[in-house]
Design a protein around this ligand. Structure first.
Ligand SMILES: Nc1ncnc2c1ncn2[C@@H]1O[C@H](COP(=O)(O)OP(=O)(O)OP(=O)(O)O)[C@@H](O)[C@H]1O
Ligand SMILES: [Mg+2]
Length: 242
């Protein structure tokens, strides 16, 4: 079924191609995130998951279409894409290690014009992730990996995303931290946030998401509701170790 370009469609990626030099990496990827949906993107190392997020965010040249709530963003500058509400929480977090937790949060809002609401959102992040409130004045780099991942997610939320794209939020962090982050994502999703979550941890991703895509070799090879994919024999064997 082809998605409609109406208000129910938060993000629509259509036939996206991208390459590093002459090496093609994305070979016509199409996917969508409906408004209020969490969608997972799983696949092996080197499948092109990070490349897809980079291309959609305007960090890498691409061909094809990227629509956010029906607005064409493909080929636009990364800053404009962020301003439009498509936010990328990158692989490896990329925090400012020497800045405080609060300064990192405020940097997440640097393109916003509603100055007075930013302080309230900093408070909100401290409620969602109490450890960030506790460590507000500490250097971001002094925190544990899991705490830094919470900060990276919170910083992305500070830009008030229409669609939040997360690259491997569970990578290298303790299971309790993953649970905490995913439970915040569930809570925000219940309040209307749409998200595209790239994960190596297929089990956690399928548990979190409403629908999922499997990317292999730069192509979508499977898609469907998460519970259907979780019981698909190929997915069970390749991604769930069953
Ligand atoms: N900067 C780069 N220059 C050249 N090739 C790259 C670059 N970044 C990634 N690639 C290649 O592009 C392909 C896709 O990489 P990508 O990082 O998008 O995969 P991924 O699905 O995110 O993998 P992982 O699960 O390991 O994060 C791989 O073959 C990779 O070697
Ligand atoms: Mg990656």
């Amino acid at each position: 079924m082809s998605p409609q370009h109406d208000g129910s469609m938060a993000l629509h990626v259509d036939q996206l191609h991208a390459a590093y030099g002459s090496v093609p990496v994305l070979e016509g990827v199409s996917l969508h995130v409906a408004a209020g949906e969490i969608v997972a993107l799983i696949g092996p190392n080197g499948a092109g998951k990070t490349t897809l997020l980079r291309a959609v965010s305007g960090l890498l040249p691409s061909q094809g279409r990227v629509l956010l709530q029906g607005r064409e963003l493909q080929g636009r500058a990364p800053q404009l894409i962020v301003q439009a509400g498509l936010i990328h929480c990158p692989e490896g977090r990329q925090l400012f290690a020497d800045l405080s937790v609060e300064d990192n949060l405020r940097l997440g809002a640097h393109l916003r014009r509603d100055r007075e609401a930013i302080g309230a959102d900093v408070e909100r992040m401290g409620t969602l992730f109490p450890v960030l409130q506790l460590r507000r004045r500490q250097r971001a780099g002094s925190m544990s990996g899991g705490e830094q991942q919470m900060l990276a997610v919170a910083r992305a939320l500070m830009s008030r995303p229409v669609v939040l794209m997360l690259d491997e939020p569970s990578f290298g962090i303790a299971p309790l931290m993953v649970e905490r982050i995913f439970s915040v994502l569930r809570q925000l999703n219940a309040e209307g946030l749409s998200a595209l979550v790239v994960e190596q941890n297929a089990r956690a991703a399928l548990d979190l998401a409403h629908r999922a895509y499997v990317l292999e070799g730069g192509r979508v090879v499977l898609e469907g509701p998460s519970d259907e994919l979780a019981s698909h024999p190929g997915v069970r064997e390749a991604y769930l170790g069953l």
